[in-house]
Design a protein around this ligand. Structure first.
Ligand SMILES: [Zn+2]
Length: 307
């Protein structure tokens, strides 16, 4: 990530943390940087390199550290580095870096730029072939994303091997605008043509990641998200949606068509009865149209509904 992009990211995070009333103290636990770490996280500052850190073995102070969470597509049919019962002990000693998919490596760099030591990645922090562990941890998924300091979303990657920085997200300033001037009978008309900017609709709503059912949950619950999209980096929190091209806020009518914004607003501002009448059916219909690979994935929505 370019230094200027790191600077955008740092500004978005600090503005959100320090001055957004809706994202501020008492609203989300991640603001206070005191959220409890999930059962397992990846420790990026271990002296022996990244390793799986089992948090119940840590002191209370350590368990109150901030962490990020990764939102990503695994990729159909691809082989992934995962934690299993067979390699769990090895992963605690140290994760083999040569097997680390590019998306995870890129997410580690984002963590570094945020100054956050721990990251949660589902494939590594849940023991994938342990049915009891999977059921227990998937039931806690809402807490994991809600309490994350920031969610890192690899929007453009169709698999974990493609990485977050598909086009390296260089800051490309718009080319000179083109002015067309026409004069007729003393009337002067000017049309200014500007180069298209990466839009929320094309980059976020139509991204490979956004087609996954799990991601609806992750977007609804995460207080802050850094979206690494095809052509740009976007920011999303409860008070601001922005991008590297519009760092102070996107003025894009397409935002009005983003159903997640509507759900988030409704769930935060309406009563349970009002949500049940107006939002709930739309949310269920939206969720069930998305890509669901496991029957159990249908159940999270009902867990959310009980909160
Ligand atoms: Zn915010």
């Amino acid at each position: 990530m370019q230094a200027i992009m790191r600077s955008f990211v740092a500004d978005w995070v600090s503005t959100c943390r320090d001055s957004h009333a809706d994202c501020g103290p008492g609203r989300i636990r991640s603001h206070a940087r005191t959220s409890t770490l999930p059962t397992r996280v990846i420790d990026l500052e271990s002296s022996d390199g990244p390793r799986l850190f089992i948090t119940k073995e840590a002191s209370t102070d350590l368990r109150l550290q901030p962490y990020t969470a990764l939102s990503h597509c695994w990729g159909a049919g691809a082989e992934h580095l995962t934690t299993t019962q067979a390699n769990l002990e090895q992963m605690v000693r140290g994760i083999p870096m040569e097997e680390m998919p590019q998306t995870y490596l890129d997410a580690f760099k984002v963590n570094q730029s945020l100054g956050v030591r721990y990251i949660w990645i589902d494939a590594l922090c849940i023991v994938q072939d342990d049915q009891y562990d999977w059921q227990f941890e998937s039931a806690r998924m809402c807490d994991v994303y809600r309490d994350a300091y920031c969610t890192i979303a690899a929007n453009a990657a169709q698999s974990s091997g493609q990485g977050c920085f598909i086009k390296k997200h260089e800051l490309i300033l718009p080319a000179d605008s083109c002015r067309l001037v026409a004069e007729e009978d003393g009337h002067r008309s000017v049309i200014v043509l500007l180069p298209p900017r990466p839009s929320w609709k094309n980059q976020i709503l139509s991204s490979p990641l956004n087609s996954r059912a799990w991601v609806l949950q992750e977007r609804l619950i995460s207080p802050r998200i850094l979206h690494f999209a095809k052509d740009a980096i976007f920011w999303e929190c409860l008070e601001l949606k922005s991008s590297q091209f519009e760092p102070n806020g996107i003025h894009d009518v397409e935002l009005l068509a983003d159903p997640v914004s509507y759900y988030t607003y409704s769930l935060r501002n309406l009563t349970v009865e009002e949500c049940a009448r107006s939002v709930w059916l739309q949310l269920v219909q939206h969720y069930t149209k998305l890509g669901i690979t496991k029957v159990e994935d249908r159940l999270w929505l009902f867990r959310v509904s009980r909160r």
